[in-house]
Design a protein around this ligand. Sequence first.
Ligand code: NAD
Ligand code: LMR
Length: 342
Amino acid sequence: ALRQSITPEARNEMQRSWNHVQSQASYKVAVLGASGGIGQPLALLIKMSPLVSSLHLYDIANVKGVAADLSHCNTPAQVFNFTGACELANSLKGVDVVVIPAGVPRKPGMTRDDLFNINANIVKGLVEAVADNCPDAFIHIISNPVNSTVPIAAEVLKQKGVYDPKKLFGVTTLDVVRANTFVAQKKNLRLIDVDVPVIGGHAGITILPLLSKTRPSTTFTTEEVQELTLRIQNTGTEVVEAKAGAGSATLSMAYAAARFIESSLRALDGDADVYECSYVQSDLTELPFFASRVKLGRNGVEALISSDLRGLTEYEQKALEALKPELKASIEKGITYAQKQT
Ligand code: NAD
Ligand code: LMR
């Protein structure tokens, strides 16, 4: 009877107020490398999130203009800018999630590992500051080569005595986003329904889409599996070549990173049903770091989803064994680098 006595307009208004109460912005997010190709569109997408109250933009250059521009969007997040090493510590104070896209991108002909010498040092310096200023934050590493920069970050955090493996993430969401797109196109599925777990790492053959675990359940011919797997492994290079010297994926990366941040914030906010693929410390294989689906919770990784690795096809099992030596070498390279620096 009560329901009948409420007009549709009143009901809409109640719904609007309820949405407002539910979406109280409360989390602080820092982007390190915020004026770059990824940093700028990523900052825009984070500014759109109702879960974010403060957005801290840090870069060594050009961040003031990005922040001034972004701050005029009438969404709740307040935007703050920090420039240069002397402002890095302040950019991290009180932050819940730190996302790191700082570093140089590939040019045609380069591998992600060719970026190691420059980006290893950048990531090391930034993670040291994270350890000193917001050791409890979730840390999302985007800078390549992710297979090595995440182990570097772990070593730095260990050296500082604040390593929490549940809160350190290599961002591999872009591989999932690509896999979902290509599978939906190939099989004529609704994009929103498709979910392909991608395991291993984030470079060449270490990127392993588990097409047999696609949801909704989908069958592929041997040729389709080979074609899709190769395409997903090489999409980064496809973009680098198309950009012809002007960098690598930025817009799709920003989209993917924003999805991973939103998932992290939902987990921090108590949502009990948050799953993403990520490159994390892992015991699912003999390798110390490995990308898989993980369950996210208030304290970071709550569980590694081992079921995806059971019942693999022969193709996937072979590809998994084939990726291990390269991934192992990249992990060891990162660890050795970080240990030598002390
Ligand atoms: P970019 O050159 O456009 O931007 C990088 C930004 O980092 C620049 O604004 C630069 O000033 C800043 N920077 C450099 N050193 C810094 C430091 N010490 N502190 C703070 N900021 C610093 O590059 P991009 O296209 O944004 O790519 C960034 C990184 O992301 C590259 O390493 C690229 O390979 C990687 N990437 C990863 C993925 C992934 O899936 N994980 C996808 C795409 C790109
Ligand atoms: C990607 O997958 O697009 C990134 O890792 C950037 C690159 O160098 O390919």
